[in-house]
Design a protein around this ligand. Sequence first.
Ligand code: HEC
Length: 289
Amino acid sequence: MKRLWCGGRRVARALHAVVSWGLVGIVALQTFYVGWAVLVQPGDWRFHTNLGHAIGGAIVVAMLFCAIGWMPARFWLAGLGLYALYSMQYLYLYWPSEAFRFLRAFHAPNALLIFGGALYLARASWRLFAQAGPPRAARLAVILGAGCLVIASGRLAGAGVEQGSGTARPVVLAEATEADVPTAYRTMTSPFPLGDARAREVGRDLVVSRCTVCHGTDLTGQTVGRVEAASLVESARTRSAAFLMWAVSEGSRRGMPAWKAQLTEEERWQVVAFLKSLAGGARPGGTAP
Ligand code: HEC
């Protein structure tokens, strides 16, 4: 009985090594997805966002194996510390006050701390696992397991992107018409009265910070990679508010990100309020006439 229990403990420690080395790989992959969103498909943070959640999951699973494997206190502390740093990543991004907007910049250096912490945890975990003198096959299994974990999480982040929002996600917006707008969006109403100046202003800040990378600084459209990011000035004239809300929320399979994960419904309506004012001659740099 005692031997069996010890065996279980050893397996848990081996799995802890798998997850913590996997974590190191996932954090490294996460920096690749930053490169993607900055240099390949500007503004396409979907892979990075999806994989970000996996990091929290991996830390929790590592702590679970830590408990099952009766691992020394320093592993607990490292796990808790990592989880605290991980939580800070969200805090930096979603700090409620605009006055502390600069805190967002700490998201990047904090990621370095997470990488360092994960590396410490993984090396310590491997040493503890190796001390018990595991057979070669077990060592190999841990290394392969960690590799598979990284590949699987990377793929999962991609799968989440592919599925997007299911049927509501249009294939190509440029070829869509008002008739394609799903009922859910056609029946939505904006909480802001038509021409609400404050909503337009908030909307303009959002558009300038999120949309100009692809749609151009004057929003008249440009080619991004191999796709054409539409002229939003043109869309403002030809598309209904419901169409714009649908396009902004769900994106398309041809390069337009789905913003509903990153902007609240209220913020998306503020974006639409600003877009609609473009038809009246407003521009991102100026004020509405
Ligand atoms: C990563 C680049 C990228 C970013 C960032 C981006 N877009 Fe787009 N957008 C596109 C591309 C590409 C298309 C054309 C997609 C298509 O036709 O399927 C598009 C299409 C659209 C359309 C539909 C235009 C039409 O009439 O067919 C709207 C509306 C739109 N974007 C609004 C926005 C808003 C608002 C933002 C910021 C919150 C934004 N986009 C950010 C790339 C981007």
